[in-house]
Design a protein around this ligand. Sequence first.
Ligand SMILES: Cc1cc2nc3c(=O)[nH]c(=O)nc-3n(C[C@H](O)[C@H](O)[C@H](O)COP(=O)(O)O)c2cc1C
Length: 366
Amino acid sequence: MVEKLTTSLAEYERRARGLLPSDLFERWFGSKGDPLWLSNTNNLDAYDRVFLRPRVLAAEPAVGLSTTVLGKRVNSPVYLAPAGAQGRFHPEAELASARAARSAGTIFALSSASTYSMEEVRAVSDGTLFFQLYVLKDRGLTADLVKRAEDAGYAAIIVTVDEPATWSNERDGASNALRESRQPKELKSHTPTTPFGNLRGTGISSEEGLLEAMEARLNWAVIDWLRERTDLPLIVKGIQVPEDARLAVEHGAQAVVVSNHGGHSMNGAYPTILSLPEIVDAVNGEAEVHLDGGIRRGTDVLKALGLGARAVAIGRGMYWGLVVGGEDGVKEVLDVLKEELYLACLFCSVTDIRAVNRALIRLPRC
Ligand SMILES: Cc1cc2nc3c(=O)[nH]c(=O)nc-3n(C[C@H](O)[C@H](O)[C@H](O)COP(=O)(O)O)c2cc1C
């Protein structure tokens, strides 16, 4: 068990930072304020510009935190974002995170670029799983991934559309030492030899190989192509403007994720929490709207729900939990957010998170 020393995601971040080589931490998580990670800083800072409007004297005995996400019941509106190569940070990798999500009663989204395969993850969890798809140039292989997700009982396909298959060389630096440090030596012996469990046998066996295999120039035709191939709900992840949210709905998406990839793709993106309201308006109830990017506290979750998100997802928080305590660490991160959300609801006299709306939010006029 993880020692109960930690009280917040900030504490998890501090401890994870202390456990990892500093260049590994910076390459994948980026520090707030780092000019190479402006989108992450923007995401984080924006929550301080959104305020709650607490009501008083409206309490009821119970606070309901459970809801549904695409028809699947969750104990809290926070799920685990698809995030690749977790074996880089813990030997049990996605197996640990999926188990933690299962015991927290929420959804685990598995990345295409996971260390363990979708079948291996399904074998350790009978909870709700979503599969995140990177569209590959090889459409046969792409269709095969979707089919495997269906066969393994995944409940939705998240297609990530904001990753034009390129690294930021600036973030990588020119140094080979940094590339080496992507995986701490002590983890190397634990992780399966092929870095991407879903892609064993395909010849794609390195990060560079995956980038080369990914389709860099996507357009809406690929959503139609996917729509024809699967009856699973489609979630389009990486939407930042209302026009694209509308197009996603028109091309058959059941949900969009307002996301800038936690700042991993374009630098200097607009904060997701501030993009959210106009996207919710554009979608007009025809699909669910999810959000990720910068969720670190229960109040952040409540603000997102107040602005119309059905659910939010966490990326970095999950990794920090994994680094600090494997499955127990990820579970505790989810528990901390749930407890904080519960407290925020008490402070605002919210008795059912499914009922929150913009009356809960105050946005300063600028
Ligand atoms: C190290 C790392 C790896 C990620 N890998 C993926 C991935 O494989 N697929 C994907 O769709 N998003 C990926 N993401 C983005 C997350 O799904 C999510 O959008 C982001 O982490 C949310 O922001 P947060 O980290 O502030 O919570 C990754 C994020 C991080 C930090």
